[in-house]
Design a binder for this molecule. Structure first.
Ligand code: ARG
Length: 576
């Protein structure tokens, strides 16, 4: 059920009948204040201005023609030409009953598309850091939401698994394997990388071997391929533990790293040359783009092959977009990458469009995000100024959550405590990130995110357990709740309208990749529920009809909270 679309369509029909063009915009929104009804129509003013009509007269005409019989119980006009719509409680009750009976909570499925989502994308032989956290969890929330709507989603983990550093990494892996009987554990990936680099810089014979391995790896030498694959496997096995702890849906099979496109690169360069897009410049192959100017006002040259014939990150991203359209048959391609890479992506995609690798009808979207900042407002770093490893951050989250839960429940068993600490600790870190508009930087703050008050994971998870406990105390099987939903109190109607806005929130997240919209919706829903619960007794309702009706409102609220949090990748527990 999408009330906004239902009303928009009706209003549009009427606007067209009143003389507006067929592409006019009704601009229907949920009302900001309850005295303005449940939905308001804002489009009349702009249209009146455009046609030179009086806004009030147009609004009156629209209301006169509008048929919302059975849907709205009152429609009025506010100056200069706002239309306020109050929904009919009986109709709302019917929609709620349908939502309760539906496994998808009344959300209509989308026309299915194949959507490729590029997210997480850590680098091989490097530790995941906090920058990868945002890509991973925002991307995963988007993937879950698109999947829920019925799309065919392809998760593409574009890991950094290619480049000249692999010569040195292979040479070092060989050395480590020779020296120790046991297989290398890569216990600290960061140390491994540093040690490899140290040998490369200090030992000429090692460096020479490393360089020869790069060449061999590129031509597909079996030994080097095997060693390279080992490095990828070790790193991704470690990252998989982080994904699992984070409740992120990525699996080993979702890895589509940079190396996948390597074989395509010579063909891409040759084709761009043949199309007259790429030219030779100072020994390198370059695409000059009029769309991007340097500070002297000249077109920017994007290098796609260096003088030493090496390819670049951009060349790979050109091939990658082409592959996603041609081979994966994407109808839409989305990238969750930090905002510092925006320019790079725009250049790559401008070339992709010019070369006709992906038609304009297939959107390629950069859903960028800002940085995580420390309390001082500067990029989030360790005390010593190093990057914060993701595993360390998550360990701290678990530790803090354990402390909070054990203070609240001194007698809780260790197993349960550990489980709840994980749900709350990880949930808190994720929710704190997801609940903020991704385009801006945000300040990482443990106390705020672990608070049981405000728009936080613990608050939302606790709100869910409270409703779950009401339902449990009703001693009634969910399936056996019977009788009609009856909406009388103002608080019941407000809760009902919000319950029916789930689809509006989900559709927005699917379109713009903005999970904070879903967080805001769920938070608002939880607050409306608590107002309703304070004023409208459920278990002690005056009579059984009312009790049954209110229990159904509680049940739908619980289901929506659980489902909504699940779309965000946040778990719930029945008690905490
Ligand atoms: N591995 C890169 C990094 O850590 C991110 C890759 C993003 N995806 C892409 N198609 N360029 O910064």
């Amino acid at each position: 059920m999408n009330i906004r679309i239902l009303i928009s369509n009706k209003i549009k029909q009427v606007l067209v009948a009143a003389g507006a063009s067929t592409d006019c915009e009704a601009q229907v929104r949920p009302s900001a204040k309850s005295q303005y009804g449940d939905y308001q129509v804002n489009g009349v003013m702009a249209l009146a201005k455009q046609h030179g009509w009086r806004p009030r007269a147009l609004a009156e005409k629209v209301v006169g023609l509008l048929d919302l019989n059975g849907i709205a119980c009152k429609i009025n006009i506010a100056d200069p030409g706002f239309i306020n719509i109050f929904l009919e409680p009986h109709w709302l009750a019917q929609q709620l009953t349908e939502a309760l009976a539906s496994p998808r909570l009344g959300v209509t499925s989308a026309v299915p598309q194949t959507i490729v989502v590029d997210y997480s994308a850590p680098n091989i032989a490097k530790e995941m850091h906090v920058g990868h956290l945002r890509s991973t969890i925002i991307g995963d929330a988007s993937v879950r939401t698109l999947t829920f709507l019925g799309h065919n989603v392809i998760r593409a983990n574009h890991v950094g698994d290619w480049g000249t550093q692999f010569g040195m990494l292979i040479a070092y892996l060989e050395k480590v394997q020779k020296n120790s009987e046991a297989d290398m554990q890569l216990s600290s990936i960061e140390n491994f990388y540093r040690a490899a680099k140290h040998h490369y810089d200090e030992e000429p014979s090692f460096a020479e071997r490393a360089r020869s391995y790069v060449v061999k790896l590129q031509v597909g030498d079996e030994y080097c391929r095997r060693m390279w694959r080992h490095l990828v496997d070790l790193t991704m096995a470690k990252n998989q533990q982080t994904y699992d702890l984070l409740n992120v849906t990525l699996k080993r099979n979702d890895v589509m790293g940079e190396s996948l496109y390597n074989a395509m690169l010579p063909g891409i360069v040759a084709d761009l040359k043949a199309k007259g897009l790429a030219v030779e410049s100072k020994g390198a192959i370059v695409v000059f783009l009029e769309e991007f100017k340097n500070k002297d006002g000249e077109p920017i040259g994007v290098v796609i092959q260096k003088k030493d014939s090496a390819y670049l990150y951009t060349t790979t991203d050109i091939a990658c977009a082409k592959y996603r359209y041609e081979t994966l048959k994407a109808d839409r391609i989305i990238y969750y990458i930090d905002s510092r890479q925006h320019q790079h992506l725009m250049q790559a995609w401008t070339i992709v469009r010019k070369a006709n690798y992906v038609p304009e009808s297939v959107p390629i979207e950069h859903h960028m995000f800002g940085m995580m900042l420390g309390k001082d407002g500067k990029p989030f770093k360790t005390r010593a100024g190093g990057v914060i490893k993701l595993t360390e951050l998550l360990d701290e989250a678990l530790e803090r959550a354990r402390r909070i839960i054990s203070v609240k429940n001194p007698t809780m068993e260790a197993n349960e405590l550990e489980r709840i600490a994980q749900v709350i600790g990880i949930g808190a870190v994720k929710y704190a990130d997801l609940s903020k508009n991704r385009t801006t930087d945000y300040i990482f703050n443990w106390d705020n995110m672990l608070s049981f008050e405000g728009n936080t994971a613990p608050y939302m998870q606790y709100a869910y357990t409270r409703i779950a406990s009401i339902l449990k105390r009703s001693y009634q099987d969910e399936q056996q709740l019977n009788g009609h939903i009856k909406l009388e109190a103002k608080q019941e109607i407000q809760l009902a309208v919000r319950l029916l806005q789930l689809e509006e929130a989900i559709v927005t997240v699917a379109r713009h990749g903005t999970p904070h919209v879903l967080c805001a919706y769920l938070y608002d829903l939880a607050m409306l529920f608590s107002v309703f619960y304070e004023t409208c007794p459920i278990l002690n309702a005056q009579n059984d009809t009312l009790r049954q009706s209110r229990l159904q409102l509680a049940l739908l609220t619980a289901r929506i909270l659980k489902q909504g949090l699940e779309l965000l990748g946040i778990e719930t527990v029945e008690r905490m």
